[in-house]
Design a protein around this ligand. Structure first.
Ligand code: HEM
Length: 529
């Protein structure tokens, strides 16, 4: 039976609701903090339980800016997002303390990895298996596996394998050679990735600079990591990866997208890697040391191909997503700034004239001698970085400045706030200065505690060598082999620079920020004499 409420009853109900809400708000954000002066202050919100969930999912950068305006930069504050409590931290001593104290009994990041693995379709059984220590008899019965005298879990071994692959050493050298040789090949006039080209004449090609970077890095990374077999079994792998990468935020946070592109393409990526894993081992020739080793280690522990594929896709994502965005920004600045381009060309000329260097040796020389280019790389890392480190507190701890942080809450370290701090970077911190890292003062900035583009402590990014190597050499070949002209009337944002995507969709919180949808840098390329 329908219930009829009088006008007065409705108004009365609303007034009571308003009263309770006002009481709740006053209690939560004024009285309770006064009664508990030692607890970390909370960023006020209007909707109980949900807190800042909407801004967290749609404008993370804006939410952190709001937090920064509300509290002093040295202060940690608490954020509520759909019932979860997160400490937001950006004061360097506090950030470094958290980065350096990564351990399961204090600042743990297992929970985060488990969420990531679930998102990439890895089964609960496999996640459990990754956290189990092997028995002595298992290790003795499998002498072909990596040495494991401390009986580390497969999850911990996987971290070791990633570092052995990506930190300088024989496995990295072989990987870097394939990676750079691929970029070298793609950056010649006749081999430019066709997906990036808008038109081709005999002596000029018009290309989207963003797509040029993206396809060059996409193919080079797949080839260096999986070997040529993956693109043989799945020629559209890079295309599917790019679609997935465009929707990364919605995918990670399970948001609905038009057509669910993130989810559809991750399924296609998994199908491709499963087919690759089904090939006889000899046909996977050219795979990196890590891919071969991970397959052997995980198979020996009983992990199935779907789960191994999920794990390899996570690593491939880490290898691809941030580096191409970083290089895209470097390339855009080189295209727009003629004097920067000339300075880089000038310093590269004698290096590129040295005969007989392999690409790996060339890269080593470029990274020590080409000062303007290296400064551009570091400034791009600083300026376009929006990485966040996340840890779970597994017990109550004190921050470096004495704040009490409660067990069960997450801690989020906002690297962008350190990288944009005017006290360290000067009044021009919020503008892009490609020469910032030149000279003695510039080199000192590299050692500054605020320069954390790759994180720090035990979780310091193992991909930094690969990223730098690919970035420097792509940019070096771009400016030394081609004349670059910004194409008239082709860029959505007029002739100006592409804008940063400040929405969360394209990278915020995941690493290097992407370019705003629809913006581009279209260039006319011709061979340099
Ligand atoms: C411009 C490029 C990159 C940026 C800005 C970047 C940024 C970061 C940051 C800030 C962290 C620390 C996260 C934390 O503290 O929890 C990190 C960790 C990590 N990065 Fe990168 N990264 C980049 C490239 C790469 C590449 C090429 C790989 C290759 C696979 C990679 C793989 C990883 C892995 C596996 C970790 C976790 C390390 C651990 O937990 O021990 N990254 N990265």
């Amino acid at each position: 039976m329908p219930i009829h409420l009088s006008h007065e009853a409705v108004l009365g109900g609303l007034a009571a609701l308003g009263f309770f809400w006002a009481f709740w708000y006053k209690w939560r954000f004024t009285i309770w903090p006064m009664l508990h002066p030692n607890e970390v202050k909370e960023l006020p919100y209007y909707v109980p339980y949900l807190g800042h969930a909407y801004s967290f999912l749609t404008n993370l950068g804006g939410l952190f800016e709001y937090g920064k305006r509300t509290f002093s930069s040295a202060q940690t504050y608490l954020l509520t997002v759909a019932g979860e409590k997160m400490y937001i931290m950006s004061h360097p001593p506090n950030v470094h303390q958290v980065l350096n104290r990564l351990s399961r009994d204090e600042h743990d990041h297992d929970k985060n990895y488990h969420l990531l693995m679930r998102r990439f379709g890895i089964s609960e059984a496999a996640i459990t298996m990754l956290s189990q220590k092997p028995t002595v008899s298992f290790v003795q019965a499998n002498p072909n596996l990596e040495p494991n005298p401390q009986l580390k879990t497969m999850g911990d071994m996987a971290h070791i394998l990633v570092r052995k692959q990506l930190n300088p050493g024989p496995a990295y050298d072989a990987f870097e050679a394939v990676f750079l040789d691929n970029i070298d090949k793609a950056m010649s006039f006749d081999e430019l990735p066709p997906e990036a080209l808008l038109s081709s004449l005999e002596n000029t090609k018009t290309a989207s600079l963003l797509e040029l970077v993206r396809w060059t890095f996409g193919r080079a990374t797949v080839d260096a990591f999986f070997g040529p077999a993956l693109l043989r079994v799945a020629p559209d792998f890079v295309h599917n990866y790019n679609t997935f990468d465009d929707n990364i935020w919605t995918f990670l946070y399970k948001l609905p997208t038009l057509g669910g592109n993130g989810n559809k393409s991750i399924k296609k990526l998994r199908t491709a890697v499963v087919a690759y894993l089904g090939l006889p081992e000899a046909e996977r020739d050219g795979a990196s040391w890590m891919v071969k080793t991970v397959i052997t280690e995980m198979t020996a522990r009983g992990m199935g191909v779907h789960d191994i594929a999920g794990w390899l896709i996570i690593i491939h994502w880490g290898m691809t997503s941030n580096p191409w965005r970083l290089v895209a920004w470097m390339a855009v600045h080189l295209a727009h700034d003629a004097s920067l381009r000339e300075a880089v060309r000038e310093e590269l000329a004698p290096i590129l004239a040295i005969p007989g260097l392999t690409n790996v040796q060339l890269q080593a020389t470029v990274s020590t001698e080409a000062k303007h280019l290296v400064s551009l790389y570091n400034e791009s890392l600083r300026f376009y970085n929006d990485a966040i480190s996340v840890r779970e507190l597994t017990r109550d701890v004190q921050s470096a400045t004495g704040e009490t942080l409660r067990k069960g809450n997450m801690v989020m370290l906002i690297h962008r706030h350190l990288l944009m701090d005017e006290q360290v970077w000067g009044p021009d911190a919020k503008t892009f200065q490609p020469a910032r890292f030149l000279g003695k003062e510039g080199e000192a900035l590299l050692r500054n505690k605020n320069f954390t583009p790759y994180g720090g402590g035990p979780a310091l990014c193992p991909g930094r060598f690969m990223s730098k190597s690919g970035a420097l050499m792509f940019a070096a070949w771009l400016v030394s082999r081609f004349n670059l002209e910004i194409a008239q009337g082709k860029n959505k944002n007029g002739k100006g620079m592409p804008r940063v995507d400040l929405q969360t969709k394209n990278g915020t919180g995941v690493g290097i920020m992407g370019v705003k949808d629809g913006d581009d840098c279209v260039v006319v390329l011709s061979k340099r004499g």
